[in-house]
Design a protein around this ligand. Sequence first.
Ligand SMILES: Cc1cc2nc3c(=O)[nH]c(=O)nc-3n(C[C@H](O)[C@H](O)[C@H](O)COP(=O)(O)OP(=O)(O)OC[C@H]3O[C@@H](n4cnc5c(N)ncnc54)[C@H](O)[C@@H]3O)c2cc1C
Length: 411
Amino acid sequence: MQQTKKDYFFRVVVAGGGFGGVKAALELAKDPRCAVTLVSDEDTLTYHPLLYATATGASRKISSIPLSRIFAGTNIRVVKDTIVGIDSSRRLIVGRSRQYEYDAVVFGLGVVTNYFDIPGLAKYSWGIKSPEEIRAFRKHLHDELITTKHFDKHYVIVGAGPTGVELAASLKDYLLKVGRWHGLKQHHVNITLVEAAPRVLPRMSEKTSRAAAKRLRELGVHTLLGTTVKGLDDHTLHAGDRTIATETVVWTSGVTNHPFYAYNQDVFRLSERGFVTVNEHLEAAPGVFVVGDNAATKYAGLAQTAISDGAFVAGVIKSRFSGAHLPIYRPKAPFSVVPVGHGWAALERLGFRLTGKSASWIRKIADLIGYHDLLPLGPAIKLWLSERETEEFGCKLCQKNNGSSRVARNT
Ligand SMILES: Cc1cc2nc3c(=O)[nH]c(=O)nc-3n(C[C@H](O)[C@H](O)[C@H](O)COP(=O)(O)OP(=O)(O)OC[C@H]3O[C@@H](n4cnc5c(N)ncnc54)[C@H](O)[C@@H]3O)c2cc1C
């Protein structure tokens, strides 16, 4: 059925199938007046909080959820396309394949990796920000073991924020399992976490940071703090005044806003840090809303914020269509829970802090709540339970991808 304003449908286009966009679409679709089209360049939602687990052997399905599954039973139209422009005077969104007319549009395109122009990083480092990067990273780990029959001299993770800490804490166990699978006799793995700030988890309190550093030491992770990465080549990382022999450097340090907004500055005004300036309704221009990582809001950069932004914007759009009073955006303080190895986590929210096993249980519950924000309870529980499944260490992965490991680093 052609859905036009004449039929009293409001055309809402959602650009981006991540946390913010998906939540906005789900909430909007509950209103029968809204005809929602979600345009994403991927078929799946990347569940970033569990990418570190997939990178270290957990099932891919826990960090990559098909949009078709999320939107099953709704009337949301999902289109695979890449958004490249906006003509706000004609209320048109421009995709690579076609154009989309809108009465309201919600943008949630996420962020991209920033290498800060450090020589060699883009070419030689590995990333864990997407399922493709993880596939390439895991293949590299396997290929290296198969080819050399020993572990890398150093596995280096750059950035001791949550992602770097989570990965460093889980990598050793995974490598030892993979090593056993490949018949390796070696039992020692060197994991080094490099951070420019003087402490790990620099955005959390000093107490939490100290507890996490102790936990990392117990897990055998070596930390190099106050150390800035200067360059990377084929076999060597230059960090501070050291050179570290390594074939495996994972860059978790920097992100920057999606370039789409800088290309469309006739519509979007950018903050000093390059994020989109929005008003108290998360509106960047009339009828153009921005959610999640892209918006210059207090707690942007977290899935929890993106989800709550998506729900908020859906409320604003529905109120506007009804001619009702528009809600005002109030940033919600998120809570950070960082798993540091099996059965241990560090949690903080507004001055409250907790570390250890109980925090790790809270993190597990937070994952269930996160899934349930996107899926009905039954499928959310099923997916949550599959967090415990591991993928075969062997080597379906290696046999399937029988090329050189060098070609697949960050693109
Ligand atoms: C490794 C990692 C771990 C993280 N862990 C946590 C955590 O534990 N807790 C937490 O709260 N947050 C975490 N975050 C942050 C969280 O993932 C982000 O804040 C959240 O994903 C932001 O949601 P979003 O909707 O703004 O963007 P995203 O979820 O990134 O979604 C953007 C979507 O837009 C699509 N897209 C991009 N460009 C285009 C285009 N041109 N056209 C069409 N579609 C496009 C993308 O494919 C994607 O589907 C983590 C992030 C990373 C990278």
